[in-house]
Write a protein that binds this ligand. Structure first.
Ligand SMILES: [Zn+2]
Length: 316
């Protein structure tokens, strides 16, 4: 097995120096599946970068039996430098710019360059590594069944997703449509892809990184790219994906105090959060609309009307 480092040139930015996206490539002497890992499309979601480092450390030590792993460990270097989700020079959300446009805005140009590079490698699977609210549990986000070109692609994505052993959650149709995410654009192109939310943003959360790295290695083992014994292919966390929701949204503004924690099972009607005025009177009680599982709670105590405060995986 060989590991190469290279870069993809992207457009120049405020420092007038050409920016580059780093690429790590692990190639086996045996041909086989191609897997792409992308990380830090959101510049404050740094856990995926550490997951790539840990996966490649494992490959260096144990080798790659067949196939190729491409990793893009730090896609949004501008956001990373500023600890920001966005491409900070123009405030764009890169993961809402796919498949991109070579003559469009900066975000669309970067998206197009990355998208074309990934698609040219004809990947069997693309895992886009992200991080969620600071207080959140790892989960795997799938595009809803209606987004896939055909049933075979959906079945393949579901099979690969189950192989990660991570809790499976499906975007709602409403949430995902025209969202222009990398995974969504790849699915539309007929490429198997999903998003892995590996715990909290901003700092490297080691528990999330460990679960994310284990999930990636489990998938590589499932594809026969690394030895199946260690790490073993993980048993699926749940066979049927749960449904992502951020409802009910907050309808008032104030200071939120949460009654639930990430990882907690909840019942319909259960109190999720109470919003207080500056004087301490109750403005609103936010309650679960159905039974489910708390994925994460909002980072900020200050909440506003129309804003999501809790992410929930609802039982179908
Ligand atoms: Zn993200």
């Amino acid at each position: 097995m060989r590991i190469n480092r290279r870069t993809i040139a992207i457009t120049g930015l405020r420092d007038i120096i050409e920016r580059r996206i780093p690429v790590l490539v692990a190639s086996s002497h045996q041909s086989g599946p191609v897997v792409c890992l992308t990380a830090c499309l959101h510049g404050d979601e740094v856990g995926g970068t550490a997951i790539v480092h840990d996966v490649f450390a494992h490959l260096r030590q144990h080798g790659l039996r067949r196939g190729t792993v491409y990793a893009y460990p730090l896609v949004n270097s501008m956001g990373f430098e500023n600890a920001s989700r966005y491409i900070t020079s123009d405030g764009e959300d890169l993961n809402r710019c796919f498949p991109g446009d070579a003559r469009g805005s900066l975000g669309h140009r970067i998206a197009r360059r990355l998208f074309d590079t990934i698609v040219q490698a004809s990947p069997d699977l693309v895992i886009d590594l992200h991080n969620d609210w600071i207080r959140s549990v790892p989960y795997l986000l799938l595009d809803p069944p209606g987004e896939y070109r055909n049933k075979a692609l959906y079945r393949r994505v579901l099979e690969l997703a189950r192989g990660t052993g991570v809790l499976l959650v499906e975007d709602s149709d409403v949430f995902d449509r025209h969202c222009n995410t990398l995974a969504g654009a790849l699915i539309a192109e007929g490429v198997a892809a999903f998003t892995l939310e590996a715990g909290g943003s901003f700092a490297v959360v080691e528990e999330g990184v460990a679960e994310g790295a284990r999930a990636v290695l489990s998938t590589l083992a499932m594809l026969g790219m690394i030895e199946g014994g260690l790490p073993a292919v993980a048993p699926p966390a749940n066979d049927t994906p749960l449904r992502y929701t951020d409802q009910p949204l907050c309808t008032t503004s104030g200071l939120a105090r949460f009654a639930v924690s990430p990882g907690e099972e909840i019942a319909a009607g259960q109190l999720l959060a109470t919003v207080y005025s500056a004087f301490g009177s109750t403005e609103e009680q936010i309650r679960a609309s159905g039974p489910g599982f708390v994925l994460g709670v909002e980072d900020h105590a200050r909440v506003l009307p129309g804003r999501a405060v809790v992410a929930i995986a609802e039982h179908a």
